[in-house]
Every structure is written in C-alpha cells, then in structure tokens.
Write a protein that binds this ligand. Sequence first.
Ligand SMILES: [Cu+2]
Length: 335
Amino acid sequence: MEVQTRVDVFEDIFLVFLALGALVGIVVIAYTLYNAYKYRDSGDRKAAEDAPTLGELPTGGSGGKKLFLSFGLSAIIVISLVVWTYGMLLYVEDGPDQNPEDGIEMEVEGWAFGWDFFYENGVETSGEMVVPADTPVWLEVTSTDVWHTFGISDLRVKADAIPGEVDETWFMAEEPGEHTAECFELCGFGHSDMDATVEVLPPEEFDAWMDEQLTMEITLEDENEERVTDGFELELEHENNDEFDEDLQFTYSDNEFENGSITIDEIEQGGPYELVITADDYEDVEDSISFTGPVDETYELVDPDAEDEDEEDEEDEEDEDDDANDEDEDGGDDE
Ligand SMILES: [Cu+2]
C-alpha cells in the first residue's frame, strides 16, 4: 500500500526546512565573508577625492537590483515553503485518500488514569492497543472524565481527549513493533503513568489476534461437575441484534459440542450477548455475556427432578450458606 505515514511527512518537512535553511545560511555567510574580504582594509589609502562631500547623494547604485533580487528570492522560497508545508499538513489532518475499508477504525477513551480501546467489531481492550502494520488506523478520541490528550510520539499521533467531544485522527505504523501511547494533558496525580502499549503486528498476526478475541468457549457441567453431553441446546443472540445488518443469532445443538464443551469462533461481531441454554433434563440457563474479548465460561446445569435425590448433596453445600444467610436475615429483620 503506497501510503505516506505521518512519520514520513514530518520527516520530509524537517529535511526540506533543514536543507533550505542550510542553503540560505551558506549563501548569506559566504556572501558576507566575500564582501568582508573584498572590501578589506588594504592599507594603501587613496587621496580623499573619492570621499563624499557634505550634501552629496551617493551614486553608483544599480537601482536596488540586489535588494530586489534578494527580496524576490526570499519571498519565493518562503511562500513556496508555506504552501508546500500547508499541503503536507492537510494530508496529515485528513489522512490518506483511500477506501476506508482498507484501514481499521477504533474509539479511544481516556479516563483518569488509563486508556480503553473499542474496535468496530465490539472487541475492547484496556491499556493495550493492538493494530496491524502498514494499515491506516482511524481513531475517534474522547474522554469519560477530564481533559486528556492521546499521543503516540513515535508515530507522530496526538489528539485531544475531551469529554463530550470526539477528536478524529489517524496513523499508520510501517513496521511491526511496540510503541507507547501517553497522555499529554496534565490531568491529575496519575497523569505521568497514564500510558498504554501500542502493539503493531504483521497483518496476518493481527487477524489471528482478532480471531482469538472473538472466541467463546462454553462448557456445561451438572451439579457433580460432570460434563453434560446431550439433551440441550445453546442459543446466543446479540442484545442489539436489530442494529446489525446480519442476524447475530446463533444456535448450537448438543452434537456440536465435544464432551460438553464447545469453541465458537464463527461470531465476527462482539458485544453483549444473551445466552440461553435449554435442556431436556435441566433447568434453563439464562445469562448475558460481555463478548468483548475471549470468553471462557462454565455453566452448571441444575436438574430439577434430581432435586430430591441430590437434595442432600445440595443441601449439604448450601446448608452452611443458608445458615449464614438465615442468621444475617434474622439479624436484619430484628433490626
Ligand atoms: Cu494526563
């Protein structure tokens, strides 16, 4: 992908200014030295006939040619620098002009004192930003409490994080590696530790990392911690399913489980999911899962019929709790 990174742009600006500055400096100093040498005091003084007399205007000028030349050249140099730099900075502001789908988008949220990252597909990370190399990353930066500023010095990124406002910026890391994001707005006693790692992975590794984030492992056990292997169905539905184009509802029957356990990696959209397990011999289980990173959950299925037989086991376990609760409650009631 032929995209100039912010680092490239600022490097170019620096080099051009350095080169032109050096050129102008060399010309000015050389010309000064040349004149100092040319008009040096040679010791032999001519008669005073050349000296201007009172009231005489100086002659011999070439109509201000040199003055105009130097003004003209300076103006050309300065104006072209301003225009060129402005164009470069517009590019830094707007980002590469290309299909946004070629990049990734995420929201950055600052809080006292840390950073959270929200990917478009519902994945969330805290204190660690993982991005693919050689891919534009579009950021929407905001804050949940006070003013912060999100910045990654190495990658020449900086954006205000202000509550109620969204500041947009972008960056691109050419090479895989690790960088540090820091807060650049004095925000409180934890300001100097308010940083996050920015991990730049090769694109394939990034995809693998993302797949790993959207992996759900669910295990079903009975009261005796033994795997439940059949007679049930698992249903997952995104809590805001109607907001998405695709239908985020997934059903898994018992034969898709392996020894009471299933690894679900087909779901591409993270976020809050409603989980329902319906079983022939067990009570239904309902839960809500925050699918913003890898999920590994074990659910205990309760057999209502077995309650009589298992009552003792169960009671044994619960007895202590119950007693404790009873006492608490009694105590509470009395008061
Ligand atoms: Cu800060």
